[in-house]
Design a protein around this ligand. Structure first.
Ligand SMILES: *Cc1c(COP(=O)(O)O)cnc(C)c1O
Length: 820
């Protein structure tokens, strides 16, 4: 008989030592016994994996401690549901937050390995498109930092966002294979797997007491398998979990089919399941609209909610406790089907009555809206929704009926208002409105900047806001200062520590004490020297990747973000063409040498965005080869924008371009990264730019152009872009040059359609804002010539951006929405 051992008698693992010798010995140990490589023949990739294992071991002790503490306290848990997490590399983040960076560097050096070289080999996890996914990643880090027991839930895409290559200036999309060398950060949790159904029908059973029960009998089923990644908070105090779901066939080898000799059929079924989580939809701010996307949404919501309820009940809680113990944040409408899924789980599976389930649901969910663009509001054709999720369709109708009755009875809503708040869009093809579903099913709906939240109340959710006036609130976005200052800009970090001490590393708002240094000329010189070194680093990257030489003493004027008409890269490149004309016409003037840098991906199906990339590259080729502007103007489009590239470009910027059409950028977070790193912003009064101006002071930011209100007015009254263009010599010359093929001699009409759009409708107010933008740039030139004034403003930007830390944002969510 085997002696059974009580679990409390099990030996504890020995805590890890972290001096460089011990670390070096462990790296060799891992290389040998986990990877099976002799140090003499190990490849850089093997060293990377061994190093990650050693860092990871130090995370695991704390990770288990955090989980145990949450369980012991039966604390309220926060769940962040997001179809995207734009994480980037994790190793430096983990080492830096654990305070292990220098020890690991030393350990590797003693082994003859350069940390910077192997760190550059780590794949950049791009499980997201842009700002929304990066916000989710910053929030994960901040939730761990401010000690919130939080879980992120998403999809483990095999292929993240595509890799962008340039072919003759055109964007080409290549598959991203971030898992090709395995992923040492993740732990597969075979025990945490759930069945997810699709299709089929609903059976209605009437019990003895006249009680009606609904049983969904799906026709297809897949398994959601969990993969966990630890998320390290600042100073390693708390480690949270990012749980990503992967789809697998119910029976991984489909034995029946296989044994019956149907090998191909068995494989096809297995491929079908796995294809569910194979790719991230590469569209930003516009819904993908395909059936596979709805399947992805439901798949990850159902798995997450089953997991959340399992954990909640295992802890000994009851279902009516749910809002007290669980807060679920929906990142945009992508997880909105969760509202119907939680209702199904509560009523059909756990036998809770409909009205109680509805109260629990609203108490548990909250929803973040990220865009007001009408084309971006997610909705699904009723026939598709009904075929894929027949029980959820019934629940959507039931929820709708309940809310519409409330609206008519209690608030006397008119037919127009009822039609506007309904979950079903009845104009044309009937569609399920996911924004309205998320709104009705949540106790809190937040916008992501003050302006965006106000516009939300006036536009998309005007009628729902009237029905539920206390639900909408604002939570201005933020960025984690660990990644976006301490890690990406170590030189500035050292300088700041020297000047104001280490307090800002724990509380970004204390950067304020840097204010007094703006007037200190010795400090200004040091600040400028850091900027110069970061510009040299970017110049080296551009030289090695693209063979283009940049002059680090020129102004680095940078616009990096998804390519979209509302973000107006077109405005920037047209102004660049106008500047090029001006320099050639007036060579006698003292022009400020500029480097215009761009980076960003276009959705593969977004024709105009891809054409704008081509235009930037065509303009770059002509300008960079024209000796008459040599040393004064350069244009560079850096391929394959991602988090890692941002980490090099952001610290190197003198000027940050945040020039969206006012009213269209919900917040922006790129704007915050640049200003924190001492760039001046040229921008419109849009998104968080408005609050940035309030914080840094209007004399330290360059604001131009129409306000959201003016844009709204012009849109309503109609404007005449042709007249505006004809009245501006600079603009009409630049447009004629582009439209007539000066930059595209191989295809002279390449850009004529793009430019015609400006003459005919100018939806994004490029023509309308051009003169103000061009003037703002010339004012910026003036400012640049006074280096003391420029550097002092740059310092004040860094000093006053602490409020935009995502720690502050997370504290506000915690206090006002999650009450955790
Ligand atoms: C911050 C960030 C974004 C968001 O940038 P915006 O300028 O706010 O649109 C997008 N992609 C990456 C890789 C980022 O780091």
């Amino acid at each position: 008989m085997t002696q059974s051992i009580s679990k409390t008698d099990l030996p504890l693992p020995s805590p890890r030592v972290s001096d460089p010798q011990a670390l070096a010995a462990e790296i060799i140990e891992r290389l040998t016994y986990s990877i099976g490589k002799d140090a003499k023949v190990a490849q850089p990739h093997d060293w990377l994996t061994a190093t990650i294992y050693v860092v990871r071991d130090r995370i695991i002790d704390k990770w288990m401690e955090s989980t145990r503490a949450t369980y012991a306290a039966n604390a309220k848990r926060v769940y962040y549901l997001s179809l995207e997490f734009l994480i980037g590399r994790l190793m430096r983040d983990a080492m830096s937050n654990l305070g292990l960076m220098e020890e690991i560097r030393e350990a590797l050096t003693s082994l003859g390995v350069d940390l910077a070289v192997i760190a550059g080999l780590e794949p950049d996890a791009a499980l997201g498109n842009g700002g929304l996914g990066r916000l989710a990643a910053c929030f994960m880090e901040s939730m761990a930092t401010v000690n919130i027991p939080a879980y992120g839930y998403g999809i483990r895409y095999v292929h993240g966002l595509f890799r962008q290559q340039m072919a003759d200036g055109w964007q080409v999309e290549l598959p991203e294979t971030w898992l090709a060398h395995g992923n040492p950060w993740e732990f597969e949790r075979r025990e945490s797997a759930y069945e997810i159904g699709f299709g089929g029908g609903v059976e209605t059973l009437t019990g003895s007491n006249e009680e009606v029960r609904h049983v969904w009998k799906p026709s297809e089923r897949v398994i959601a398998a969990a993969y966990d990644t630890p998320i390290v908070g600042w100073r390693g105090e708390r480690i949270n979990t990012l749980r990503l779901w992967s789809a697998q066939p119910i029976d991984p080898i489909l034995l029946d089919a296989f044994n019956a000799g149907d090998h191909i059929g068995a494989l096809r079924e297995s491929n079908k399941a796995e294809s569910l989580t194979r790719v991230l939809y590469p569209a930003d701010a516009t819904p993908a609209g395909q059936e596979l996307r709805l399947r992805q949404e439901y798949f990850f919501c159902s798995a997450s909610l089953q997991d959340i309820l399992r954990r909640h009940l295992q802890q000994g809680n009851t279902l009516t406790d749910l809002p007290e113990k669980v807060a679920i944040q929906l990142n945009d409408t992508h997880p909105a089907v969760s509202v119907a899924e939680l209702m199904r789980l509560l009523t059909d599976i756990h036998g809770v009555d409909f009205d109680t389930a509805w109260e629990i649901t609203k108490g548990t969910f909250s929803y973040t809206n990220h865009t007001l663009l009408p084309e971006a509001l997610e909705s699904w054709p009723v026939p598709l929704f009904e075929r894929l999720l027949p029980r959820h369709m019934q629940l959507v109708y039931a929820i709708n009926a309940k809310c519409l009755v409330e609206a008519r009875k209690q608030k006397n809503f008119s037919d127009r208002e009822i039609a506007a708040i309904s979950l079903i869009d009845e104009s044309g093809e009937r569609r399920v409105r996911m924004g309205n579903l998320a709104f009705m099913g949540s106790h809190s709906i937040n916008g992501v900047s003050a302006l965006h939240t106000e516009l939300m109340k006036e536009t998309v959710f005007a009628d729902l806001h009237k029905l539920y006036p206390d639900r909408i609130n604002n939570k201005t976005n933020g960025i984690t200062p660990r990644r976006w200052l301490l890690q990406c800009n170590p030189k500035l970090t050292s300088l700041l520590r020297e000047a104001i001490g280490d307090g800002f590393m724990d509380d970004a708002e204390t950067l304020k004490s840097l204010d007094g240094f703006a007037g200190d000329s010795a400090f200004r010189d040091k600040f400028a020297a850091v900027k110069r070194a970061n510009k040299e680093a970017l110049s080296n990257l551009v030289a090695s990747r693209m063979g283009i030489r940049l002059d680090p003493s020129a102004m680095f004027d940078i616009q990096i973000k998804r390519i979209h008409e509302y973000k107006r890269q077109l405005l920037n490149i047209i102004e660049t063409v106008a500047l090029y004309d001006q320099i050639r016409s007036h060579p006698e003037r003292d022009w400020v040498p500029r480097v215009k840098l761009f980076a960003g991906k276009a959705a593969p199906s977004y024709h105009n965005a891809k054409l704008i990339i081509k235009l930037i590259n065509d303009v770059a080729r002509v300008i960079n080869n024209d000796p008459s502007v040599r040393g004064l103007l350069k244009v560079v489009f850096v391929p394959n924008y991602n988090v890692s590239l941002a980490e090099v470009m952001v610290p190197a910027a003198d000027l940050s371009e945040q020039i969206s059409t006012a009213g269209m950028e919900a917040s922006g977070t790129g704007n915050m990264k640049f200003a924190l790193n001492g760039a001046l912003t040229i921008g419109t009064l849009d998104g968080a730019n408005v609050e940035m101006r309030d914080h840094v002071g209007e004399e330290n930011i360059i604001i131009f152009g129409m306000t959201a209100e003016q844009v709204g007015k012009v849109r309503a009254e109609g404007h005449n872009p042709r007249a505006i263009i004809e009245a501006s010599r600079e603009l009409s010359q630049a447009l004629s040059a582009i439209a007539s093929g000066v930059f595209s001699p191989d295809d002279r009409s390449r850009f004529s359609g793009l430019i015609d759009g400006l003459y005919n409708h100018d939806w994004f107010m490029v023509a309308a804002d051009f003169d103000a933008y061009a003037k703002a740039h010339r004012d910026t030139d003036q400012l640049w010539t006074d280096k003391a004034a420029w550097n002092s403003k740059a310092i004040l930007n860094t000093a006053r951006m602490g409020w935009f830390s995502s720690d502050r944002t997370i504290r506000q969510y915690t206090a006002d929405i999650w009450r955790a």
